[in-house]
Design a protein around this ligand. Structure first.
Ligand code: AMP
Length: 425
């Protein structure tokens, strides 16, 4: 992907002030000695118990949390599933579709939640990214819809990309069953979405703002949906969607089945489930705060100028095959993507200032390996499932450790080992 002829001209600009030098084998050693310059010993914050904390605005993350050697995959105890997909009381065609997709055994969250959802129970699935939670709710809900044709379901998600991703899985698992779906998201014209809703699709998958808008326009009738999924509920609350979610849940029929998936359980989530779920059963399949399959390290940079040179030098290494680079701001992400293209890399960007179709196009190029670098803001990258991302680079430090875990969870998915590097001054 990288234009090697170009590199000669920029070699001299490489990272003179940086403490990182690419090594044979590529991945830098953990930097345990000495704290980065951005640490402040002068003003340890209350609550940090004397530990030094990062002093960038809004940041309280000890950079040592960005360093972790991946646990070798064979050392991680495999989950012993109780069920096989063949054991579930689901439509034969869905079983064939699962086989065609290539899933052999259920993941922990699938193994434990599918039987409960099939029984019609309300479920709280505590599952972080990459645990297979999408199929955990889609498989039983597709079965329900294939068996009782009038059954429709509503899936509420935080981001547009996640909505598309869930629809893609819906299509794969529901092949030849004659079921349909629609994605209802902002940033796209309403005309097609309204027409699709009038055809009464089985699954409506959308983001809170647009769903609410179409309910208010009396195009979408919540009373038609006896099953609702709140996916990545913690993210939706973080993003300020609580009022929209409450508005929609209050309009849904009762009795109904309400499924909620979240990586963390806060008091807000607790309040939501108490108000809107009926005797929910909690299933936990969180695999640890820091995904153990991901090699994590920091890369120190000197000046802003040397930072991009350092990134350049990393990206040209052959092991950096498919790289997701995270930046803080929409403008910064756009600028970095342009800069990388000018430097001969094949990069694209996704952030909130782009139209939905431009975001989707960039994502598809990355998924299909037409480009090797995707530069993204946090919000645009939430919940993305992109196969075989070799590295996540936090070009800008995330605002919280939770965001960090989310970002690096884009690599090391589905049993693969991934690598994450965080730029630290
Ligand atoms: P999710 O957590 O739903 O985003 O899924 C993460 C990744 O795991 C996706 O690439 C899925 O296709 C994959 N996956 C989900 N369930 C299974 C399974 N039972 N076997 C193998 N891969 C799976």
């Amino acid at each position: 992907m990288y234009n090697r002829n170009f590199r000669n001209s920029s070699r001299s600009r490489f990272a003179k002030g940086s403490s990182f030098r690419p090594q044979a084998g590529g991945f830098p050693r953990p930097q345990s000695g000495g704290l980065p310059r951005a640490y402040s010993s002068a003003s340890p914050r209350a609550g940090s118990r004397g530990r030094r904390v990062f002093t960038n605005p809004g940041l309280r993350i000890n950079v040592n949390r960005f360093i972790n050697r991946a646990t070798p995959q064979e050392a991680v105890a495999p989950y012993n599933a109780i069920h096989r997909f063949q054991d579930f009381a689901i439509h034969q065609t869905i079983k064939q579709n699962i086989t065609r997709v290539g899933y052999e055994t259920p993941t922990a969250i699938q193994d434990q939640t599918i039987p409960l959802i099939l029984e019609g129970k309300d479920v709280i699935g505590v599952a972080n990214t990459g645990t297979g939670k999408t199929a955990a709710f889609l498989i039983p809900l597709i079965h329900k819809a294939a068996t009782f044709r009038q059954e429709k379901f509503l899936v509420i998600v935080p981001t547009r990309e996640l909505a598309h991703q869930i629809q893609d899985e819906f299509v794969r698992f529901s092949q030849t069953l004659g079921l349909s779906s629609v994605v209802i998201i902002g940033g796209m014209g309403m005309g097609n979405q309204i027409r699709a809703l009038r055809r009464n699709p089985t699954a409506v998958i959308g983001t809170p703002g647009r769903l609410k808008d179409l309910i208010e326009r009396k195009v979408l009738y919540p009373s038609n949906y006896r099953t609702v999924v709140l996916d990545e509920a913690d993210r939706m609350l973080d993003m300020g969607f609580i009022t929209d979610i409450r508005f929609m849940l209050a309009l849904l029929p009762s009795p109904r089945q309400t499924l909620l998936f979240s990586a963390t359980l806060s008091s807000e989530i607790d309040a939501l489930t108490r108000q809107f779920q009926n005797n929910p059963i909690k299933i936990s399949a969180v695999t640890g705060v820091t995904p153990s399959a991901i090699d994590q390290n920091i890369v120190r940079f000197g000046t802003e100028e040397s930072k991009v040179e350092l990134l350049h030098d990393l990206l040209k290494q052959s092991e950096f095959e498919k790289v997701l680079v995270f930046g803080q701001t929409k403008h910064g992400v756009e600028r970095l993507s342009k800069d990388l293209n000018e430097r001969g890399f094949k990069a694209a960007s996704i952030h909130g200032n782009k139209t939905q179709s431009a975001r989707q196009k960039a994502l598809n190029l990355f998924k299909q390996n037409d480009i090797s670098i995707l530069v993204a803001t946090d919000v645009a990258a939430r919940g993305l499932d992109i196969p075989h991302v070799s590295h996540v680079i936090n070009y800008d430090i995330p605002a919280s450790y939770d965001d960090y875990v989310h970002r690096i969870g884009r690599t090391g998915r589905a049993g693969n080992t991934g690598k994450a590097l965080t730029f630290v001054r």
